[in-house]
Design a protein around this ligand. Structure first.
Ligand code: HH2
Length: 272
């Protein structure tokens, strides 16, 4: 990530700051920049290695927002957190937003469209930022309309390897690319569970793997917990299993519970 490096000699935690009115678990809570900055500082203090700042909800059936709106929401938050020395990622699929965000101090581009915007790879290459490439079937507006796969894990893995290869061919450093199966993005509960059950097959693809299961609807379906904000114990279970299976980064709303879960899973799976 430019002159800073994030190594994966232990699991890394990405804390989420949604500067949006409509995110599925915390919409409206951190819409105000001062509240968002304060929340990002708390996540970093709780042990987040990266703080992911986003200005557009991608929950199922959400409507897209334009670049000026996204920028107005996120830039002051990125500037403040990066100014504190926090490693910030920008959660955007727009190259224009990514470019302004890295100029404001973001060191990672978290692109849920895996480079759909033709300028995105060039922005990442020029800035030297880290890059997260995520799998999604369709768009947030349509992705939960009866998604189907022959074999979800193979399809997701092949797609991500293809997108990662394309990024490296475009000049993005291979060791700055992270892949993410996109839990909940065009997937049923069974698809999400199959991905988590066979996460090792994604890890074996050779890129660090990020898992973002935090508070998502499938956890509500399994546990019967309707309020997403009450799903941090269920999230911690996914963190432990993902880390034990070799995930490099987990993206979570509550850092403390997942920090503990990741530490235990790591200790169990890495005997000294
Ligand atoms: N999930 C969400 C947003 N961005 N990025 C990556 N790499 N992986 C994910 O699984 C992922 C992501 C959705 O969660 P959230 O940001 O909390 O909600 P919303 O999209 O409603 O703002």
């Amino acid at each position: 990530m430019g002159e800073r490096r994030l190594t994966f000699d232990r699991p890394r935690l990405m804390g989420v700051v949604n500067v949006t009115p409509d995110s599925f678990s915390d919409g409206g809570l951190f819409e105000d920049s001062a509240a968002a900055v304060e929340h990002g500082r708390q996540l970093a203090a709780a042990g987040a290695d990266i703080v992911d700042v986003g200005g557009e909800s991608t929950r199922p059936r959400s409507e897209p927002v334009d670049a000026p709106t996204e920028l107005r929401r996120i830039l002051p938050v990125i500037e403040a957190l990066a100014g504190d020395g926090v490693v910030v990622s920008v959660d955007t699929a727009k190259s224009e937003v990514a470019e302004a965000a890295v100029e404001a101090g973001a060191r990672v581009v978290n692109d849920i469209s895996a480079g759909h915007d033709s300028e995105m790879l060039d922005v990442v290459k020029r800035s030297g930022a880290g890059l997260v490439l995520m799998h999604m079937k369709g768009t947030p507006r349509t992705m939960q309309d009866d998604p189907r796969y022959d074999d979800v894990v193979t399809e997701v893995r092949d797609y991500l390897v293809h997108r990662a290869t394309r990024a490296v061919q475009a000049g993005v450093a291979a060791d700055s690319v992270v892949i993410d199966p996109g839990i909940g993005f065009g997937k049923t509960t069974d698809h999400n569970l199959e991905i988590l059950r066979r996460l090792g097959e994604l890890v074996d693809a050779g890129y660090p793997v990020l898992v973002g299961a935090s508070r998502k609807a499938f956890l509500g379906r399994i546990t019967g917990v309707e309020d997403p904000r009450q799903r941090d114990a269920a999230t911690a279970a996914t963190t432990a299993l993902a880390v034990a299976a070799g995930a490099a980064i987990v993206r979570v709303h509550d850092v403390e519970s997942s920090r503990q879960a990741a530490a235990v899973a790591w200790a169990l799976s890495h005997p000294t």
